[in-house]
Design a protein around this ligand. Structure first.
Ligand code: ADP
Ligand code: MG
Length: 492
């Protein structure tokens, strides 16, 4: 086969393979353009998981009529001029290929107006780039509408997931951008129905509210603010307490100069900082912003700009690790200040005992160490495990190893209570130290397991339902498994 130069459309479609993976990646590029364009508000509307339609409108600076065809062309950008600019790029975009790529695999309409001038519009249909510009009506700012994504590349369409999954990814993109640019108002709707509405945040309380909106109020309640600075680096944001660890790494947001990144070096530094305080398989939650001189970080290592390369990677690693480690070490000393917003939101009455009992065991124990050690329930289940030492008539039999005459409870005979929380017991094997709360939990758990295998769990409705704050994803999961929950006696 002889060598042919690829026609522009094909070249763009190939480039689109890197940048435009799915509706969420289209949305990311369009929203980043709006941010670079100086938007104070961004409105997003999607249909059918974004496959049928994605509309992004902003109130930014807009594009001059004469620039509109160029904006749709590959390797055309207003953000850099020379290779030196690439070294210090502060905008989110700079490759000049997003619009061209998206246009090559969809039907795209770009409408824009700059301050004090008429609006103009260009329409493309995945065709080669001969773009016609017509008069339109639009306030200052830009709208990009992308319809029928991958209509001309069916192979790519096959890789799309269900509408629900695509929407989940779209939500993720919007939330990520919402976190990194709290000063911008963002509204996401689906066929006109509002899904997310984030008001522009100015004050620190408003910013904290935005973080709580995105990460859930529980995160903000159990997160510590961090703000550390060295000569060249600044790390700020919120880190979840070790007690707020998660089974998935789904609440981890890291931004480098406002750009969301998934970086191995960063991930490693964070993991190490939490190493001593998290169980294996648990993941910390955090929202962190790293700021440094743009010249110190290469953002041009990945087409979707998800990865970065630090010039002084060792320093960055040790700064992140050091900052987080320091903070986390402080938390175990127990003196932690709640963020301003949570102090405002917190209900004035002290937590009820009921609520305290719901806390993970390790946490409750520390809190109640010097207070009432065992509840009646704990005491009751201990009776199946121990006998008081006064009933230890058969100890000789025990010692001789023939336990026929005496019924020896599994953990033997209780000798003493230590520190108000442990029981020292003795059986044929020797001395046993038992954490009573843990033992009680185990007894209850075993009983429930037996009931589950037998005639099912007996449930008792709560007089007042418990309310839990969960993320949308968690709510979806709860809904999905609602039958299992009700078999477990939990009615949602
Ligand atoms: P890049 O963002 O890498 O420059 P794009 O293909 O995403 O490349 O956009 C091309 C150009 O179109 C941008 O450099 C910018 O000048 C212009 N542009 C695109 N979207 C907007 C917008 N929402 N507001 C203002 N200008 C925009
Ligand atoms: Mg761009």
């Amino acid at each position: 086969m002889s060598i042919l130069k690829l026609p522009p459309r094909l070249a763009n479609q190939i480039a689109a393979g890197e940048v435009v993976e799915r509706p969420a990646s289209v949305l990311k590029e369009l929203m980043e353009n709006s941010i670079d364009g100086g938007a104070r508000n961004i409105w997003v509307d999607i249909e059918a998981g974004g496959v049928k339609r994605i509309l992004v409108r902003d109130d930014g600076a807009g594009i001059e009529a004469s620039d509109i065809p160029l904006a749709l062309e590959r390797h055309a950008t207003s953000k850099i001029k020379t290779v030196d600019d690439l070294e210090t790029v502060a905008s989110l975009g700079f490759r000049g290929e997003a619009l061209a790529s998206i246009a090559s695999v969809s039907r795209l309409t770009l409408t824009s107006a700059v301050m004090g001038k008429d609006a103009w519009m260009a329409e493309t249909e995945g065709v080669d780039m001969a773009v016609e510009v017509n008069a339109a009506s639009h306030p200052t700012g830009t709208s990009v509408e992308v319809r029928e994504l991958f209509f001309n590349t069916p192979a790519r369409r096959k890789f799309l997931k269900t509408e629900k999954t695509e929407i989940t990814r779209i939500d993720e993109v919007v939330k990520r951008i919402g976190l990194s640019h709290p000063q911008i108002g963002i509204k996401l709707s689906q066929a006109g129905r509002i899904r997310l509405n984030m008001m522009p945040a100015q004050t620190s309380v408003e910013v904290e509210k935005r973080v709580a909106d995105v990460c859930g109020p529980a995160f903000m309640e159990q997160a510590l603010p961090i703000d550390r600075q060295s000569d060249e680096l600044r790390l700020h944001g919120w880190v979840g307490l070790p007690t707020f660890s998660r089974s998935q790494a789904d609440l981890q947001y890291f931004f480098v100069n406002g750009r969301p990144v998934r970086d191995k070096l960063v991930a490693h530094a964070v993991r190490r900082a939490y190493q001593d305080v998290l169980f294996h398989g648990r993941h910390p939650a955090f929202v962190l912003f790293l700021e440094l001189d743009p010249a110190q970080v290469d953002v041009n290592v990945h087409p979707t700009k998800h990865e970065v390369r630090f010039r002084e990677s060792r320093e960055v690693h040790s700064f992140i690790f050091g900052s987080l480690h320091h903070l986390i070490a402080q938390t175990s000393a127990g003196k932690v200040a709640a963020p301003a917003l949570m102090q405002e939101l917190r209900t004035p009455q002290p937590e009820s005992e009921q609520q305290q009992n719901n806390l993970p065991l390790s946490y409750t124990r520390r809190e109640t160490e010097s207070v009432t050690p065992f509840s009646d329930a704990v005491r009751e289940s201990s009776q199946t495990l121990f006998r008081p030492v006064s009933e230890m008539q058969g100890m000789e039999a025990l010692e001789s190893g023939s336990s026929e005459q005496v019924q020896v409870p599994p953990l033997g005979f209780a000798l003493a209570q230590l520190k108000g929380i442990y029981i020292l017991a003795e059986n044929a094997e020797g001395l046993i130290l038992v954490d009573m709360h843990a033992a009680h939990e185990r007894v209850v758990y075993e009983k429930m397991k037996q009931a589950w295998q037998g005639q099912g769990l007996a449930a008792q409705p709560l007089l007042v339902p418990e309310s839990l704050a969960v993320s949308e994803r968690e709510a979806d999961t709860a809904e999905q498994y609602i039958d299992i929950f009700s078999q477990l006696g939990i009615y949602l």
